[in-house]
Write a protein that binds this ligand. Structure first.
Ligand code: HEM
Length: 454
């Protein structure tokens, strides 16, 4: 077949396809029109707008959700591949709880991060997820959390963080607080999960080669997922070139680092089979599933789980406090009041500080967006129709900015949203408590929030 014949055949195929898709997208648009959505074209959907906003994806999608009456938007990409993004609390509960079994991580996300996370808990469904979840859940019982707080406060805060901050204050030195808090979080997660101390938060601020490699691997892997043309990274990986070459090297370094931690832990366990403090890694190694690749995936997943989340939360928190001196004063007052009790009880009773952390994560959630893929057709509580295979993302960043939920003052940093006082009919005079419904913290929402909760 000549090139002209080939082009003509392609053209003949495209013409009916164009009319079919135009008709389809017109009928869809009229069935549920949202004039605030970006323009959608046949074949390419809203890819132009998606591409134009690729470097401000979180803010852009949040803006779209904030102006949607249901706090949900459907974005069309190439060939009618549709993505649902929601900040609607009833939908989020539906995806993550009520219909948990009908939504999974999905093969596209899984493939994109597989070289980095392997079969670790963030990248797996089914029995292996259940097993990892069960073993990990011990890490979050009261006894482990008590240990967690002690490790953080007794060593990392008292012996490392405070001396560095007070020396800088005494010498009037400017510190990069984000870097300090990343080192702090990295040391903590390694100590808590693996009983290993990388000692990144030392006064001379040592090179954090491993942490940099980790960032690079995370960034390239998430870039693979966000791209509109996934075949490109596959070609680059096949040719072992550019970012894919770098990802391969980074993943190999990360696995080597994780394998060394595992080797040391195995040695420790063989010398002393019943360790006094059982960390997560020892639990996995003693569970009978000690296949090295599997445990390596777990180590990498836990570094991901604990490092950037806590350090991002703390960085935004201190930034918000620097902008809100009255709230800072109130927190300092509470810290002074409670500093006589043992460390864990002290932390547990700091309701105002707790509320201020919740409020900070409302505005700047460390995981601003996350998603799943529908295993079957479904309808979300707000009426959004879901087709099998569709990606449904929940958007905590947008959810924390919904006027309908938080009221017209949603932009303000107000820890009081999470508190109820004696005057609200709770406790004794002057007593302040966190708003709860059972074990769940439930802030005071605006009167209009029932429109979203249904
Ligand atoms: C401010 C700190 C943190 C935030 C905001 C945060 C947020 C999240 C979010 C949004 C998810 C996904 C939930 C889902 O899709 O169902 C998640 C999962 C998870 N997080 Fe955290 N996290 C934080 C700290 C930690 C720490 C310190 C650890 C470990 C010690 C941890 C361990 C995990 C694990 C194991 C999962 C996977 C759960 C699963 O798939 O079943 N997280 N986290």
């Amino acid at each position: 077949m000549s090139i002209i014949e080939l082009l003509a055949s392609v053209f003949l195929l495209l013409v009916p396809l164009f009319f079919y898709l135009t008709k389809k997208s017109r009928s869809k648009a009229s069935s549920k029109s949202n004039p605030n959505l970006p323009k959608s074209y046949p074949l390419i959907g809203s890819s132009v707008a998606i591409f134009a906003n690729r470097n401000r994806r979180i803010q852009w999608t949040s803006d779209l959700i904030q102006i949607s009456p249901t706090a949900t938007v459907v974005l069309r990409r190439f060939l009618n591949d549709s993505r649902v993004l929601t900040g609607n609390p009833a939908n989020v509960q539906h995806i993550l709880k009520t219909k948990f079994c009908d939504y999974e991580k999905g093969s596209k996300a899984r493939q994109s991060v597989f070289d980095f996370l392997g079969n670790g808990i963030f990248n797996i469904d089914g029995d292996s997820w259940k097993f990892q979840r069960q073993v990990s859940s011990h890490e979050f019982n009261t006894k482990s959390l008590r240990k967690f707080v002690e490790i953080v406060v007794d060593t990392e805060v008292s012996q490392r963080l405070i001396p560095i901050l007070s020396t800088a204050a005494a010498n009037n030195t400017v510190l990069d607080l984000q870097d300090i808090l990343q080192r702090f979080a990295f040391d903590n997660i390694c100590k808590i999960a693996f009983g290993y101390d990388p000692a990144y938060l030392l006064p001379d601020l040592p090179e954090t080669e491993f942490a940099k490699t980790f960032d690079e691997a995370a960034k390239i892997s998430s870039g693979r997922f966000a791209t509109l043309l996934p075949f490109l990274w596959k070609i680059k990986r096949f040719l072992n070139t550019g970012s894919e070459k770098r990802l391969k090297e980074a993943c190999s370094d990360l696995r080597e680092f994780a394998r060394n931690i595992i080797k040391e832990k195995k040695q420790e366990l063989s010398n002393k089979p019943s360790l006094e403090t059982v960390d997560l890694l020892s639990r996995f190694l003693s569970s009978g599933h000690s296949d090295e690749d599997f445990v390596t995936d777990i180590v990498i997943s836990f570094i991901l789980a604990g490092r950037d989340t806590t350090s991002a939360a703390l960085t935004w928190y201190f930034w918000l406090l620097s902008q809100n001196p009255e709230i800072e004063k109130e927190i300092l007052r509470e810290i002074k009041d409670k500093s006589e009790s043992p460390v864990y009880d002290e932390v547990k009773d700091m309701v105002y500080t707790h509320a201020s952390l919740c409020e900070s994560m409302r505005l700047y959630p460390p995981v601003p967006i996350d998603g799943k893929v529908a295993l079957r057709d479904d309808v979300l509580p707000d009426g959004t129709v879901i087709k099998k295979g569709m990606r449904v993302s929940y958007h905590p960043y947008a959810m924390g900015r919904l006027e309908m939920l938080w009221g017209p003052d949603w932009e303000e940093f107000k820890p009081d949203r999470w508190l109820q006082r004696a005057g609200d009919g709770v406790g004794n005079d002057g007593q302040v408590e966190l708003c709860r419904e059972g074990p769940i913290l439930l802030p005071r929402f605006s009167g209009r929030s029932k429109d979203l909760f249904g």
